[in-house]
Design a protein around this ligand. Structure first.
Ligand SMILES: O=C(O)CCC(=O)C(=O)O
Ligand SMILES: [Fe+2]
Length: 355
């Protein structure tokens, strides 16, 4: 097991495959976890039709108001008609699934532990362990920076299955267009004078990261998180989830809700950077993944961040006497660093910026 500043050397997949009836204490939720045991209710999360948003008719107006309400309330929504072929989505999901099914020693070639010890963000493995009392998540992950393209560390990109690299490259390209369209639609909703406001804020070297997550079956789902409650620290996340098992939940009004699974939609999750730039008009939701005793689960996410060297702040167009700036200006690099500190402690970094 890892000590301070290291990651765990054991994968969750190995723990799950050992077939023990219990889980190590480090994975068990401690303290106040009454919410963990509560059964969540299916959230009435809307499905937004991307093409419809860009039509020049009444249907577009209705779709935009659906989007506004989703952004102001849930902070996440499902997206249909996004232009990504179902075959490409299925291909990317199965490439990711096949990767996790490869032998452990093969996956370890892409480890996120340099020299078996020192943690780096990219690669295959688990979260960095920062303190002995950190609650660990029941998931393994392959984390890869996909943009800027010239910063890809191809050595960490799996060679098996053989289509993995091409699939991820193509999927990234397609999702990039979806992200730009969404950011334009969001700027329009806020009546910013430039529809490209958010796209421009991304800067010269925006960062996109891919996260393929694998949540093995867990013998103690009532005590163990697949992924502990957090907000995404990005502009937004595009997510493909397993269509055979749920597990993602979102917090609203003090209750946990199940996010419904609709095959071949993309789940869009608003991140903290959008909450800050929109001066809180759009919310970054607290969400988590619960574990399942019978079924393993898989997800593939692309998350989009403003260039780490830039600063973000509420758009001046969204500030007035009635609604002053709600967040301080922050350098994205510092924000992301703070995010991981807070994540391991189970707290929210955005709270530190509130004015
Ligand atoms: O696996 C999922 O459904 C969600 C993953 C997630 O929230 C994240 O990676 O930030
Ligand atoms: Fe997330």
């Amino acid at each position: 097991m890892g000590s301070m500043g290291e990651s765990t050397a054991t994968t969750v997949q190995e723990l799950a495959n050992a077939g023990k009836p219990d889980v190590p204490a480090q994975y068990m939720v401690r303290g106040n976890h009454d919410q963990q045991l509560a059964t969540a209710v299916a959230a009435p999360i809307p499905v937004i039709d991307l093409c419809c948003l860009f039509k020049e008719d009444g249907a577009a107006v209705d779709e935009a108001s659906k989007l506004r309400s989703a952004l102001e309330s849930w902070g996440l929504f499902l997206l249909s008609n996004h232009g990504i072929d179902t075959s490409m989505m299925d291909g990317m999901m199965s490439a990711s699934r096949e990767f996790f099914m490869r032998p452990l020693d093969e996956k370890q070639r892409y480890t996120n532990l340099i020299g078996g010890k020192q943690f780096q963000f990219e690669g295959y493995g688990n979260d960095r362990v920062r303190s002995p009392d950190q609650i660990l998540d029941w998931s393994d992950r392959l984390y890869l920076k996909v943009e800027p393209e010239n910063e890809r560390r191809t050595a960490l990109w799996p060679t098996h299955p053989v289509n993995f690299r091409d699939d991820l490259h193509e999927f990234t390209k397609k999702c990039g267009a979806v992200k730009d369209n969404l950011l334009q639609a969001m700027a329009k909703l806020l009546e910013l004078d430039n529809d490209d406001y958010f796209v421009d804020q991304l800067g010269e070297k925006p960062e996109t990261n891919a996260r393929c997550s694998y949540y093995p079956q867990c013998p103690r789902p009532e005590l163990v998180f697949g992924l502990k409650p957090h907000c995404d620290g990005t502009v937004l996340t595009l997510l493909m989830v397993d269509d055979s098992v749920g597990g993602l939940q979102v917090l609203r009004d003090g209750l946990w809700w199940d996010v419904p699974v609709v095959p071949h939609t993309l789940l869009v999750i608003i991140g903290d950077q959008t909450e800050i730039m929109s001066n809180g008009f759009f919310k970054s939701p607290v969400h988590r993944v619960v574990t399942n005793a019978e079924k393993e689960r898989l997800s593939v996410a692309l998350d989009y961040s403003v260039d780490h060297e830039r600063e973000i702040e509420p758009s001046p167009q969204l500030i007035d006497e009635k609604r002053p700036a709600l967040y301080r200006k922050v350098k994205v690099k510092d924000y992301i660093a703070g995010l991981y500190e807070h994540f391991s402690q189970g707290t929210m970094v955005i709270d530190t910026l509130q004015i």
